[in-house]
Design a protein around this ligand. Structure first.
Ligand code: C2E
Ligand code: MG
Ligand code: MG
Length: 657
């Protein structure tokens, strides 16, 4: 039973789509040949019986069969180069099997019907026609096992039955020959068919693997070039695109805009990362709606987006684009559970002759930093003035690198006056740089630069060494306050060098240190350790520029501070601005509660001094007392400087405060 089912299965069409398609392709090449052979053989056989057999057998039936063959020939000929799918191929093959069976039976019946009308030669011709044509057809159909089997069965069975019963021994022998040959042929054809189908299977497995490899490679490519959150091109893609556009377009025809979300960190901190991600997605959408089709938008990472714009551009056009972007971000982000207000800072730069991608990007980046510095929420276009600033910074940077710090850096001293003690209790040490190449450079310029290039630690050491030498000439109770940068606090080596320098100068220590909040914020633990080792020297620590940074009370509480220096921006407004006064009052109270002292910097008028005195301030520093002075002036200032500071008798804040 199982054998029968297996045998029947051999007649069924295969299920594998690739195999069916391959069979259809092979047939389309071979079947036309088969029909040509069939038609010629039929015509020859009909011709050899013309006149001896009745016309319906010699003309009509072979003519009809030939016509069917020609129709099928045209059908397959047309299919030769046609792209068909597996279903079409399956239908064609199914139909072809029925037609093969019908034609085989038709031709066999016709040939047998001719048999009585011929002499022995003609009868032999019929037997030869049937045998040779069957073998030829089986060869042509070898890629479709079922078709070969059908042809073999439909011809061989009637052939054998008919010829073995003619009573002619020679025809019986011929039918045995035919069975032997067809069976041998079938064995070979079935083996070939197996090879063919396994070749197709392995080819389709390879093709499948190739498709999978391609899919993985496309996916890798996508992951490598696309930002997964917003679906926008990422930094890698942006860099590649920018390089390509600069190379392809003339100068001035490529502009880059760098978009930075202001205070995005606090959105993440306050509302959580999920909301932060939603904001970023919405920002991407808003920019996308403003984007021209030729403009390339990318997310460079974090809260940074970028545009590459093409076509002639100018400052006004870029400014308009920037203003549009800024306005688009100003409307609130209404997200589930949070309504967020955001601003962006945008920097634009257009390509100039000889630019490479990096230079253009750097200029846009510089413009963004200016936008941030100038109050955020605005767009800045890189201009000639910015180019001059950059080249100035570069020349300062170069001069700083080659500077002989020991001879070029000198220090000035600004007194700090204690109203309660009525005397100058210390001086802040302020660095100055006299470059032989560039002349006097303000610390506001060279200190941030030295911080960026890492030279600041060397400058600190130079300043400290000079301050220690100056301290030796001062009375014991007068202290010198040296500014430290974030690099000094963050580096154990720098702190070790500072400690070594102070220790080498001998005791008692007359040095204090000023640090800023940004300096301690980077690594609170390391800052704490650094400050403790400075305190161990007998130095005092002051938190400088209080109120300008993050002004976190946590820092004040967690760090071993001796004093807080209130920034001069509060002092400047103290006489007129109730808010400044309120902040100062709160800070003074905080200092009292923590048992630390409070220093005011930047006092320029008697009025300011008067207000601060009334608010409870004691230690004062500012141009009112003295501008930063050279070392030689300190002794005379200490002896002859004014000591009856008291502030204006009547500060003018009674009505508003
Ligand atoms: P700072 O530490 O807050 O220093 C006070 C600055 O305010 C000094 O500016 C001082 O000259 C100025 N100043 C003092 N009184 C007044 C006043 O009444 N009105 C006005 N308008 N300004 C006043 P300077 O010397 O230009 O220093 C600027 C900044 O440079 C310093 O701010 C400090 O952050 C940094 N700096 C100066 N020297 C050093 C140093 O040796 N090391 C480090 N790391 N930074 C330094
Ligand atoms: Mg200072
Ligand atoms: Mg300060």
């Amino acid at each position: 039973m199982r054998r029968l089912t297996r045998a029947l299965k051999a007649f069924a069409a295969p299920q594998e789509p690739d195999l069916i398609l391959a069979q259809a392709r092979a047939l389309a090449r071979q079947i036309p040949l088969m029909y040509i052979m069939l038609v010629i053989n039929v015509l020859i056989l009909a011709g050899s019986h013309y006149g001896t057999a009745p016309d319906y057998l010699a003309v009509l039936i072979p003519g009809t069969l030939t016509a069917v063959c020609l129709i099928r020939l045209v059908f397959w000929w047309r299919r030769r180069n046609e792209m068909i799918d597996a279903d079409q191929a399956r239908r064609t093959l199914g139909g072809m099997l029925w037609i093969a069976a019908a034609l085989s039976l038709g031709f066999t019946a016709w040939a047998i019907a001719l048999f009585p009308y011929g002499n022995s030669y003609q009868q032999s011709h019929i037997a030869f026609f049937m045998g040779i044509t069957t073998i030829g057809c089986m060869f042509c159909l070898m890629h479709v096992r079922a078709a070969s089997l059908i042809v073999a069965a439909c011809v061989l069975v009637p052939f054998t039955l008919f010829f073995s019963t003619t009573g002619e021994a020679i025809f019986t022998a011929l039918s045995v020959n035919m069975v032997v040959v067809v069976v041998a042929l079938l064995v070979i054809l079935l083996g070939n068919y197996r090879d063919f189908s396994s070749l197709v299977a392995s080819r389709s497995a390879i093709a499948q693997r190739q498709i999978e490899t391609q899919r993985l490679s496309d996916e890798n490519n996508r992951l490598a070039n696309v930002d997964s959150l917003t679906g926008l091109p990422n930094r890698r893609w942006f860099d590649r695109h920018l390089k390509a556009r600069i190379a392809a377009l003339p100068a001035g025809h490529v502009a880059v805009a760098l978009i930075d979300l202001d205070s995005f960190k606090s959105v993440n901190d306050i509302f959580g990362q999920i909301t932060g991600n939603r904001v970023l997605t919405e920002v991407a959408r808003r920019i996308e709606t403003l984007r021209r089709p030729t403009t390339f938008l990318a997310r460079l990472g974090g809260d940074n987006f970028a545009l590459i714009m093409e076509g002639p551009t100018n400052e006004a056009l870029m400014q308009t684009c920037g203003d549009l972007l800024c306005t688009a971000m100003r409307s609130s982000f209404d997200l589930p559970g949070a309504t967020i207000h955001l601003t962006i800072s945008v920097g634009f730069a257009a390509s100039t002759a000889g630019d490479d991608a990096e230079q253009l990007f750097d200029r846009a980046d510089y413009a963004t930093s200016i936008a941030k510095r100038e109050g955020r929420g605005k767009a800045v276009v890189f201009s000639e003035q910015h180019a001059c600033e950059i080249s100035k910074v570069r020349s300062i940077e170069h001069a700083l690198h080659t500077a002989d710090l020991e001879s070029e850096i000198y220090i000035l001293f600004q007194p700090q006056f204690d109203l309660a003690l009525k005397r100058t209790t210390g001086f802040e040490v302020l660095a100055r740089w006299n470059s032989p190449i560039l002349g006097e450079i303000s610390p506001a310029e060279f200190i941030p630069l030295a911080e960026r290039t890492g030279l600041i630690c060397k400058i600190t050491e130079t300043v400290l060494r000079k301050a220690l030498a100056a301290a030796k000439t001062l009375p014991r109770h007068v202290r010198l306050s040296v500014n430290l940068s974030a690099h000094d606090i963050g580096s154990t080596t720098a702190i070790r060098n500072i400690v070594a320098l102070v220790e080498a100068a001998g005791r008692p220590c007359q040095i204090d240190f000023e640090i800023t909040e940004t300096a301690v914020m980077r690594d609170l633990e390391q800052a704490n350790e650094a400050l403790l080792s400075l305190l161990a020297l007998g130095a005092r620590i002051a938190l400088d520029d209080f109120g300008t940074g993050h002004s976190s009370l946590t820092h004040v509480q967690k760090l071993p501070l001796n004093r807080i220096k209130i920034d001069r921006s509060f002092v400047a407004d103290v006489a007129h601005d109730p808010t400044s006064r309120a902040i100062i009052q709160t800070t003074i109270d905080l200092c009292h509660n923590l048992g630390i002292s409070c220093v005011f910097e930047g006092i320029e008028t008697e009025t300011q001094l008067g207000v601060l005195r009334r608010l409870g301030g004691t230690v004062m520093q500012g141009y009112l007392f003295a501008r930063p002075m050279p070392e030689a002036a300190m002794a005379s200032y200490l002896t002859n400087g004014r000591k009856d500071w008291d502030g204006a008798a009547e500060p003018h804040y009674g009505t508003t405060g």
